[in-house]
Design a protein around this ligand. Structure first.
Ligand SMILES: Nc1ncnc2c1ncn2[C@@H]1O[C@H](COP(=O)(O)OP(=O)(O)OP(=O)(O)O)[C@@H](O)[C@H]1O
Length: 301
C-alpha cells in the first residue's frame, strides 16, 4: 500500500507557543487514520496545515509525493468549518458550484450529489436553502460538499458531532465506502468508539507532542489487561480475596473484576469453576478510551 498523505516532522508555532511539535504520520490509500488528542493538543492546527490554510514552520507535508499547490488542492476534501455553507443559497446550487471549483464537470457533480443525497435520505433538501435545514442536516450537506468531487484525501474533524444515532450510522457507512474506494481519510474525533470501529492506525497528540502512535491492536498489547468479565450460572463468593483482585462489580449475569496483575486470572477462573458453571470468561483488553485516559491523563497529573 502506498502512503498518499505524509507529514514529516511538522511543526507550527504561534509566537512562543508551539501548537504542533514535530508530527510525523502517513495515511495510506484506502485508510481511515485516527488523529486523537486532548483539547488544545494540536489536532485542528495539524489539519489546517494539511488543508493548506496555514503553513508549517518546519517539516513537510506531501500529497501523493507532491507538495501543496496546484492540482493537489483538488485532491483534498474537507468538512467546511461551522457555517461553511452559505445560508441563503440552495443546497444543490452551492454543492455543485463547489464541485466545479474543484475541477469536476457539472453533470458529474449533479450525479454525485444526487447519489449522496439519496444515501443520506435527504432528497427533499435538494432545492432548499441551507438556512431552512436543521443543524444536523446542514452538517450532512457539509459532508456531501466535502466528498462530492470524490477527493483522494479527506479531512474529517468531528464529522459526526451533533448527529442523531441513525445519521451517525449513515455517515459511518459513507466514510467506509469512501475508504473502500481508496480514499485516504484523516479522521479526528473525541469519540473513541468511532475510532475503534473505523481506524487501524492512530496518533494521539498531547500538548503539541505525539504521545502514542501506531496500530491500535499493537498499542493495546502494550498496555496491561486490567479487567475480567465473568458470567456464571450461580453466584461466586470470595473473588475479592484473591491476590491481585482490586474490585468486583456485578452479578452472575456478568461480573466485572478489576485486577492489578494478570496472574490473578487463573485463580479467578478456578474459584468460579469450583462454585458454578462458567458461561463466559474473558480477560479484557483495555479500550481505546482507557488507553487515552492513561496516556494523556497521566501526563497531566
Ligand atoms: N491562531 C492561533 N493563535 C495562537 N494560538 C493558537 C492558534 N491556533 C491554535 N493555537 C493554540 O495551539 C494549540 C493547539 O490548538 P488546536 O486548536 O490545534 O487544538 P485541538 O487539538 O484541535 O483542540 P480541540 O480538541 O480543543 O479542538 C492550543 O494551545 C491553541 O491555543
Amino acid at each position: 500500500m502506498t502512503e498518499r498523505l505524509i507529514l514529516q516532522n511538522v511543526m507550527k508555532r504561534y509566537g512562543d507557543k508551539t501548537a504542533v511539535n514535530g508530527v510525523t504520520l502517513g495515511v495510506q490509500e484506502g485508510e481511515i487514520y485516527g488523529l486523537l488528542g486532548a483539547n488544545g493538543a494540536g489536532k485542528t492546527t495539524t489539519m489546517r496545515m494539511v488543508l493548506g490554510l496555514i503553513y508549517p514552520d518546519e517539516g513537510s507535508i506531501t500529497y501523493g509525493g507532491r507538495p501543496y499547490g496546484g492540482d493537489v488542492q483538488r485532491m483534498v476534501g474537507y468538512l467546511p468549518e461551522e457555517r461553511g455553507l452559505y445560508p441563503k443559497v440552495k443546497v444543490s446550487e452551492q454543492i455543485i458550484y463547489l464541485a466545479k471549483l474543484r475541477g469536476m464537470d457539472g453533470a458529474e457533480a449533479e450525479k454525485n450529489l444526487k447519489y449522496w443525497m439519496n444515501k443520506f435520505d435527504a432528497d427533499e433538501y435538494y432545492d432548499k436553502r441551507i438556512e431552512e435545514l436543521s443543524k444536523g442536516n446542514q452538517q450532512k450537506m457539509g459532508f456531501i460538499a466535502a466528498v462530492v468531487h470524490r477527493p483522494q484525501i479527506l479531512i474529517l474533524d468531528e464529522a459526526f458531532s451533533g448527529l442523531d444515532p441513525v445519521n451517525v450510522e449513515l455517515l459511518k457507512l459513507a466514510v467506509k465506502e469512501l475508504r473502500d474506494e481508496g480514499a485516504s481519510i484523516l479522521f479526528s474525533t473525541h469519540r473513541m468508539e468511532h475510532v475503534e470501529e473505523l481506524c487501524h492506525n492512530i496518533t494521539i497528540l498531547d500538548r503539541s507532542n505525539t504521545v502514542l502512535q501506531g496500530d491500535i491492536r499493537e498499542i493495546k498489547r502494550g498496555f496491561p489487561r486490567e479487567q475480567i468479565l465473568l458470567k456464571t450460572s450461580a453466584a461466586v463468593t470470595g473473588l475479592e480475596s484473591i491476590p491481585g483482585v482490586t474490585g468486583v462489580e456485578g452479578d452472575p449475569e456478568g461480573y466485572l473484576i478489576r485486577i492489578s496483575d494478570e496472574a490473578a486470572a487463573v485463580p479467578v477462573l478456578t474459584l468460579a469453576m469450583g462454585q458454578s458453571e462458567v458461561r463466559h470468561f474473558e480477560v479484557k483488553e483495555p479500550t481505546l478510551n482507557q488507553i487515552f485516559i492513561r496516556s494523556v491523563g497521566e501526563r497531566h497529573e
